[in-house]
Ligand binder design. Structure first.
Ligand code: GSH
Length: 324
């Protein structure tokens, strides 16, 4: 794991020495949108992802739900991320079909030769102008939600105006305490930092459990981006975060509403194909040798997301708004 400094790769772990052992995520740097009109073209944009990564996973889910599979190709990096950062490896993931790079950091320096910062997935790339459109999943899912509607004729709106305030409010605590919260637990290097993140994480999971015991989705009757942002952390939780990141007060399987909700989302058409548990487990357990020096990947737990759930029978048409 490392980062680019003035366009040069350096193999360095996260620095927690100035933050009392607390992990702080750096903001993404490439934050363009795709303007409507001419810029919206089938086959012009390319998505670079890791199947391990919960942030990249959001973008793959939106690519499915928004009928973009035929229009935006995907390249999957190797799940093993060590001294060279994310790598292209035709055996464990895909080779780089655009530039035959060996490493993801080469894509960043192609976009900006003096780039300084972390080299993260997902990346939305413009093949026509050979530049990086965006490397922030929160933006990419909004681009997918709205910018290609003319091309696909898919009108599902996972960030509808009338729910935006509610979605933003939910995203805020779910991002800080759950999505990023598991990383704050796992990457903490001081007991107190871990303890604080752990308490905030399970307070937030208890809150999500209470909300979902009362209503179908996080913001009420409609499925929105807030649900998918929570989903990608929940699906990894029992397999990885409980053990590897020490998020072990209880499992998602021990929360009745959360576990049924998780299965109901998993069982929607197109979603199971976005989940690759082998990449998820290999990535975390092998790529963080300071946390797991033997790099042994646990064989369990047995998880069955196809089991029945009690959240009712519904399709996307029933629960996703198609209005602004
Ligand atoms: N804000 C970014 C975060 C992406 C991110 O941190 N991805 C992780 C993988 S799960 C990564 O690439 N980490 C590499 C690093 O930090 O060096 C987003 O949501 O798109």
């Amino acid at each position: 794991m490392g980062l680019l400094v003035d366009g040069k790769w350096q193999d360095k772990w996260y620095d927690t020495s100035k933050t009392e052992g607390r992990f702080q995520r750096q903001d993404a740097s490439f934050r363009q949108n795709i303007s409507s009109g001419d810029a919206v073209q089938s086959g012009r944009y390319h998505l670079f992802v890791s199947h391990a990564c919960p942030w990249a996973h959001r973008t793959l889910i939106f690519r499915q739900l928004k009928s973009l599979v035929a229009h935006i190709d995907v390249t999957v990096v190797s799940p093993i991320m060590l001294e060279n950062g994310w790598e292209f490896n035709g055996q464990l993931g895909d080779a780089d079909p655009l530039y035959q790079h060996d490493f993801m950091h080469q894509l960043y320096t192609k976009a900006q030769s003096d780039y300084s910062g972390r080299v993260t997935v997902p990346v939305l790339w413009d093949k026509q102008n050979h530049n990086m459109i965006n490397n922030e999943s929160a933006d990419i899912i909004r681009i997918f939600n709205s910018d290609f509607n003319e091309l696909t004729n898919n009108r599902y709106n996972l960030y509808p105006k009338r729910l935006q305030a509610a979605i933003d409010a939910v995203n805020d605590w779910i991002y800080n305490d759950i999505n990023n919260g598991v990383y704050k637990c796992g990457f903490a290097t001081k007991q107190e930092a871990y303890q604080d993140a752990f308490q905030a994480l399970f307070r937030a999971l208890d809150k999500a459990e209470a909300i979902l015991s009362e209503q179908r989705f996080l913001t009420g009757d409609y499925l929105t981006e807030a649900d998918w942002r929570l989903f990608t952390t929940l699906i990894r939780f029992d397999a990885v975060y409980v053990g590897h990141f020490k998020c072990n007060q209880q499992r998602i399987a021990d929360y009745p509403a959360l576990s049924h909700y998780l299965r109901s989302l998993y069982q929607l058409p197109g979603i199971a194909e976005t989940i690759h548990m082998d990449h998820i487990k290999q990535h975390y357990y092998i790529s963080h040798p300071m946390i797991n020096p033997t790099q042994i990947v646990p064989a369990g737990p047995a998880l069955d997301f196809t089991a029945a759930h009690d959240r009712g029978e519904w399709t996307l048409d029933d629960v996703v708004l198609t209005t602004d």
